[in-house]
Design a protein around this ligand. Structure first.
Ligand code: TXA
Ligand code: MG
Length: 318
């Protein structure tokens, strides 16, 4: 599988219904023609993803979004105008053209305009949207560098477009504004505060329901490394009490912990930096084959809320 920056090749492969990994500001996506059922099927297969977990459609323009959806509420339009291109995904009623395979049978389709120059230039050349889930095997950590995709899905993709390291580092925030009260279906790279400020109203968080959730990808166990991960109250104490174990730790902010088995997400305590570093740090710790990885929850504000959501899911037992 070649990795490179050949936009023309990527466009040609996508027109042929092939799979191309694409960079976005959030995480890398595993992309294919979102209106072609065969191409979409190959995404599910490559990821080993169940068909009941629907895919996001990526567009370059609001015109394309309007083509693949049937109604955009005023709230949805406000968010789109303010935050696109950016880490926002809107759930909108789908147009007939969108296969139910993309939405797992739902009348609603998840749509976003990503913010990455390479991917936007490809999308502008295509007359179809790109279906793209995060380019990782089902349930594993999302990729934030081209090499992550190569390591895990290298044999399944026809080309990996290398757009460098993702600038946000965690997935998009998914919002349903089809009713009066906007609902957050997945916490992500766009902060709740910014959404509420834009709409001038409170949003409802509906990210913990797992029985029959609107975003079926929001299962308990998700974003997980292979090494068992534990949420602890205090990393320092835990390390002292379990000195006999081979433990890797993910820390944040100023800390006195002096162990080579530790990665700090942001020594200066910056939550945006922590989001950017989160998945690649978890991968690095996972590669060390520790007995376990321990982590403490971050301050529950700004992107810390979405980071904590991922840490809890990564630590959840099956
Ligand atoms: O930042 C992102 O959103 C990245 C980049 C590549 O765009 N994509 C991403 O896709 O995270 P994925 O497939 O890993 O996660 C998409 C989530 C899943 O939890 C899925 O269940 C939910 O979006 N979703 C997609 N379509 C939906 C729909 N029609 N209704 C409800 N939830 C949907
Ligand atoms: Mg994913």
């Amino acid at each position: 599988m070649p990795i490179g920056v050949d936009i023309e090749l990527a466009i040609q492969l996508l027109r042929e219904g092939k799979l191309v990994a694409i960079p976005t500001e959030t995480v890398y996506g595993l992309a294919a023609n979102g209106l072609d059922e065969n191409a979409v099927t190959s995404i599910y297969k490559a990821k080993n993803r169940p068909f009941f977990d629907p895919l996001i459609l990526h567009c370059a323009t609001i015109q394309m979004v309007e083509r693949i959806t049937s109604r955009i509420t005023e709230d949805a339009r406000k968010l789109a105008e303010t935050f696109w291109p950016g880490p926002l995904t809107l759930l909108l009623p789908k147009a007939n053209e969108v296969p139910y395979l993309v939405t797992s049978g739902s009348y609603f389709v998840a749509v976003r305009i990503p913010k990455h120059p390479l991917t936007l230039s490809i999308l502008k050349e295509l007359d179809f949207p790109l279906a793209a889930p995060s380019a990782n095997p089902f349930k594993y950590i999302s990729p934030t560098k081209a090499i992550h995709v190569a390591q895990q899905l290298g044999n399944q993709v026809d080309y990996i477009l290398d757009g460098g390291e993702c600038s946000v580092g965690i997935e998009s925030t998914i919002v349903d504004c089809n009713q009066e009260q906007p609902i957050i279906l997945r916490l992500g790279g766009l902060k709740i505060d910014d959404i509420e400020m834009c709409l001038g109203k409170k949003v409802l968080l509906q990210t913990q329901e797992n029985s029959n959730p609107k975003a079926p990808g929001q299962m308990d166990k998700h974003y997980a490394p292979i090494t068992p991960i534990y949420l602890v109250d205090n990393i320092e104490t835990y390390l002292k009490e379990n000195y006999n174990l081979n433990i890797g730790a993910l820390t944040f902010g100023a800390t006195k912990i002096d162990s080579p088995n530790t990665i700090n997400l942001s020594a200066s305590g910056n939550l945006d930096e922590a989001a950017r570093q989160l998945f690649s740090s978890l991968r690095k710790l996972d590669d060390q084959k520790y007995n376990r990885i321990i982590v403490q929850l971050l301050p529950n504000e700004g992107l810390g809320i979405a980071i904590n959501d991922r840490l809890k899911r990564a630590a959840a037992k099956e």
